[in-house]
Each structure stands twice: as C-alpha cells, then as structure tokens.
Design a protein around this ligand. Structure first.
Ligand code: 5GP
Ligand code: MN
Length: 339
C-alpha cells in the first residue's frame, strides 16, 4: 500500500462529506461486500454516503448488512443523477473501466467529484483522480481492508462491516481455494472473525439457500457440456428457452462455469449464456487453472476482461455464432492449452 495514496485519500475524506459508492454492473459478492462495507464505515465516520448500483444483485446477497439501502440506477436514474451531482467524492469499487457500469459511466464522467478507484482487476483505465489498483490481491474486499487499516480506522470495523468484507473475500477466492489466497488473506479473515463475523452463517446464506431453479439451470448447463479434449478445454451453454422453462432468476447461473474445472486435466472452462431480455446478446464467463490467461482471452476475442483465472465478456450475435467463433479462435492457443 502506497502511503502517498493513503495520505491523499485521508485528505479527501477530511474535506468532503457527500459521498457515492458504485459497484460494477451485475454486482457479485465482492462488489456488494466492498461497497456496503465502505458505505457503513464512512457513515460511521460522519459522512453522508449512498451506494448506487447500475442494476440489481442476485437474491443470495440480499442478507448483506445495508443491502436494503442500495439505490439502483436502472430503476431510479433521476435520484441517482442528483445524488451524484450533489456528491463531492465518488468511490468506484471492484471494476476499473467506466464501461463496466453502463450508462451510469456517463453521469460519473460528467461529475466534478473526485473519483477514487479501489480494484483488483488487470489493466486499469485512467478515469480516476486516485487509484488503488492491486491485481495481485484476491478481492476488492481484501484490498479495502488494507486501506481501512492504513487509514487508521481498523477499530471502526464492527460485525456488520466485517461480514461485508468476509463476503467478498469468501466469494472471490472460491471459499479460500484459489491461488489468490495468501497468508495475509487468512490473517485478515482471522481479524474479521475477531470483529464478529459468524462465518458458517455467511457460507450458508450464500451457498445453501438456492431455489430449485438454480439446480435445474445447473442441470441444463451440465447437459450441454462439451469437451475439447486435445485442448484440455470444456464449454457449456444455456439457451434462453431453457432458462425460461426453469424459471431462471438472476444469480442462478453464477459459479456454474467452475464445474468445468472439476474435471481431471481441464484447464479452461467457458460458459455461454443467452441474455433473457436482449436478443442476440451472449454473456460469457471464463475460468482457468494455472497460467492460461482468461483476462487476455476475454479481452482479445470477447470484448471483456477480469483476472488471469476468471474473466467475463460478451458477444453480440446468435449463440451458434458465438460458439463457432470460440471454437475457431481457441485452436490458436493449442500450445498453451495442450501441455
Ligand atoms: P463472471 O464470469 O463471474 O461474470 O466474472 C469473472 C470476473 O470477470 C469478475 O471479476 C468480473 O468483474 C469480470 N468480468 C465479468 N464480465 C466482464 C466484462 O464483460 N468485462 C470485463 N472487463 N470484466 C468482466
Ligand atoms: Mn472482485
């Protein structure tokens, strides 16, 4: 952590009261957890802080402390725009490119507030006045903990804030199984438990309160699993008609792509999901094991990005075209995938 940036942040906070905190579109556990932790900490410090999300989060995050106070840009854009216009500081959390927040990006671009990025994805864009970008850190929540501690506010972390931070670290590390987990991660978790986190409750709320639709959607994806053996790659797809049939809810498809990596020798797993609302729009998730870069692959071919072992992207076109394109480009990675 660069102390120079911490000092600048301390200075911003000492002079500015009205604050907005923003996660990426389709916010996940790390985005929701980091934003809600920061909102609650700043309000404890006497700021007037609101969280504005581009759109809704999945149902299994609704228990997160502070969740009911989130304001959604897609349903209340005037209220959001006026909060942004009245703000003096804007924190953007768990993303590093204004493209990741849709139309809300333009509103923020036009604002005269100081913008602070706190993020752990690769290749940050240059839109912020102050940048905390640590791609080697496993989650934005872990990075945020370090920032809070460096600012000297560790003692302000209560059980609610700690639970939010725990959520993001847990979800972005696949419950502490990925290579992004370090000694430091566990030291921070130990502190969060000291501050009041009840970890088994959080695991249960996130992973063990699924609706039946999630398992049906999982079944459908697994049925549509295809193996490209020579490239140690699998891909799956979810068709709109099946999602409708199984009463798909936002969040039901989260994490399904990881099942591909549970197969022996598989180092690259991909899922293609047809958008329910927009025609010819395919959301893609990429996961890898080891050195194969999902971020580079997503960025080069599917207008996306993320981390080395987890990234996302989109394709505008029919599902068949998307899969055909994937099948075509994947063979140029034969050297990296066929080891
Ligand atoms: P997921 O596959 O779970 O949606 O996302 C995996 C990772 O890639 C997350 O860290 C997420 O923020 C990032 N990501 C997902 N979709 C996109 C995208 O369309 N563009 C970029 N730049 N990153 C994405
Ligand atoms: Mn994250």
């Amino acid at each position: 952590m660069e102390m120079k940036n911490i000092n600048i942040l301390g200075d911003y906070l000492s002079k500015r009261k009205n604050i907005v905190v923003v996660p990426h579109i389709n916010p996940d556990g790390d985005a929701i957890g980091s934003c809600l932790a920061l909102v609650q900490l700043l309000n404890k410090l006497g700021h007037n802080t609101n969280m504005i999300s581009p759109n809704e989060a999945p149902y299994f995050l609704r228990w997160t402390p502070g969740f009911k106070n989130i304001i959604y840009y897609d349903s209340e854009n005037e209220k959001c725009s006026s909060l942004i216009n009245d703000s003096e500081l804007i924190f953007t959390l768990d993303f590093n490119d204004l493209k990741r927040i849709g139309d809300l990006g333009e509103v923020i671009n036009l604002s005269s507030s100081k913008i602070i990025m706190i993020d752990h994805h690769q290749n940050p864009k240059d839109y912020a006045d102050l940048i905390f970008s640590e791609p080697s850190t496993g989650s934005t929540c872990e990075l945020l903990y370090e920032i809070i501690a460096s600012l000297g506010y560790e003692k302000k972390i209560d059980a609610k804030i700690a639970s939010c931070l725990y959520l993001g670290i847990m979800t972005d590390t696949g419950s502490f199984q990925y290579s992004n987990v370090t000694q430091r991660t566990h030291q921070i978790i130990s502190k969060l438990i000291k501050f009041g986190v009840i970890q088994n409750e959080i695991h249960n709320k996130v992973y063990n309160e699924s609706s039946i639709s999630r398992l049906k959607v999982l079944g459908s994806a697994l049925k549509n699993l295809r193996l490209i053996k020579e490239l140690n790659t699998v891909f799956m797809f979810l068709k709109k008609e099946d999602l409708k049939k199984f009463d798909f809810k936002k969040g039901d498809s989260e994490g399904i792509v990881n099942y591909g990596l549970s197969l022996k020798n598989i180092i690259f797993s991909v899922i293609f999901i047809e958008d329910l609302e927009e025609e010819n729009k395919i959301k893609i998730s990429f996961r890898s094991q080891g050195e194969f870069s999902c971020n580079k692959f997503a960025n080069t071919h599917f207008n996306g990005g993320g981390h080395i072992n987890a990234a996302g992207g989109v394709y505008n076109g029919p599902l068949d075209d998307t899969i055909n394109k994937f099948k075509k480009v994947i063979y140029s990675y034969k050297k990296q995938l066929n080891k």
